[in-house]
Ligand binder design. Structure first.
Ligand SMILES: [Zn+2]
Length: 341
């Protein structure tokens, strides 16, 4: 009888600890979670650029990475599938962009996370609230700051640094690999950063103006001296109203914008309309979080995605992108079989 009572108490205590962990907001934090021993670290990520950054740090280790958000989908409105719950439950660490980009995935992660695992919001980790950018597509009253930090290479490097720190702490067996990969990757980001500065300087000063459909270059623009004169996509992700299109057309004419940039993930006839009414060229191939090619391709990487976008921007604005074209954009360790993206 006594033994049975004790057993019942133990069961209650264990299940309490479990449910406390499931609902606890304390699971969100890059400095949380236990170190694992004697097995492979399981990592879950969300959008492809973040998967690629994590894969650059983890490449060649025993860690296993699973990306949740399929490439080419709207990451801002993505709803995880019920089957993603199993991936999130199995993960030791879940890297998300944060800044309110992937709330449904974060909620599913927190509902399924195991004790000892954690969710690391990279954007929240590196960007103080005072530096959040709010704008037309991400208005302050909507409560969602512009989350596109990964299109600004120095911020992506900070993401990589957080990833390195987390992996070193959670997976002590592979510390040397994580450290070495970070050194190599940060060197590649510094080289990319330098090439963007050289290429941007070739754009005549008055032409460094960005009018994009999807508003993915706010932090990039501040860093490299571009002026975001507007973005076309409203915060609802619907098409803009005729009044808003009219205002953009006047802005394009008055500011003498050289080109308008659309996104492959968000095809829209609005660009064509603005282009036709202003005579300004539109380029609709920017890729905000959809990597180039297929997993296994040399250019299926965050680095190649950045190079493609910045070459496109620089050339459309009348600059010389040759500094960017000569970059080596392959991942630090190419290991796509182990790190499908
Ligand atoms: Zn986006």
């Amino acid at each position: 009888m006594k033994i049975k009572t004790l057993f019942a108490l133990l069961v209650v205590a264990t299940s309490c600890a479990g449910s406390e962990n499931n609902s606890s907001i304390a699971s969100v934090g890059c400095d949380l979670g236990e170190a694992i021993q004697g097995r492979a670290l399981k990592i879950a990520t969300t959008v492809a650029p973040i998967t690629s950054i994590v894969a650059n740090i983890a490449g060649g280790s025993s860690a296993i990475i699973t990306g949740i958000v399929p490439e080419g989908t709207n990451s801002h409105t993505f709803e995880p599938r019920p089957s993603d719950a199993a991936t999130l439950e199995a993960a030791d660490i879940i890297f998300i962009n944060g800044l309110v980009l992937e709330e449904p995935t974060k909620d599913l992660a927190l509902a399924n996370i195991r004790q000892g695992s954690s969710v690391c919001e990279l954007g929240n980790e590196i960007l103080p609230e005072s530096e959040y950018i709010f704008d037309f597509s991400f208005p302050k009253e909507g409560g969602k700051p512009n989350p596109h930090l990964w299109t600004n290479p120095p911020m992506a490097k900070q993401y990589a640094q957080v990833v390195r720190d987390v992996l070193v702490r959670r997976d002590p067996m592979n510390v040397a690999i994580y450290e070495e990969n970070f050194s190599a990757f940060s060197l590649k980001i510094d080289t990319l950063d330098n090439a963007i500065k050289i290429a941007s300087a070739t754009i005549p000063e008055g032409q460094r103006k960005l009018l994009t459909y999807h508003d993915a270059y706010a932090y990039f623009a501040v860093n490299y001296g571009f002026d975001v004169i507007g973005s076309i996509q409203p915060s609802s992700f619907d098409e803009p109203t005729p009044k808003e299109i009219g205002e953009l057309i006047s802005q394009v004419k008055s500011q003498k914008v050289r080109a308008i940039f659309g996104s492959e993930v968000f095809p829209s006839t609005v660009l064509e309309q603005i282009g036709a009414e202003t005579g300004v060229r539109y380029v609709d191939v920017l890729r905000d979080d959809d990597l180039i090619g297929e997993p296994g391709d040399a250019e299926h990487s965050w680095l190649a995605l950045m190079r493609f976008n910045f070459v496109t921007i620089v050339e459309a604005l009348g600059g010389d992108a040759s500094a960017l074209k000569s970059l080596d954009v392959r991942d630090v360790v190419k290991d796509e079989a182990k790190y499908p993206q």
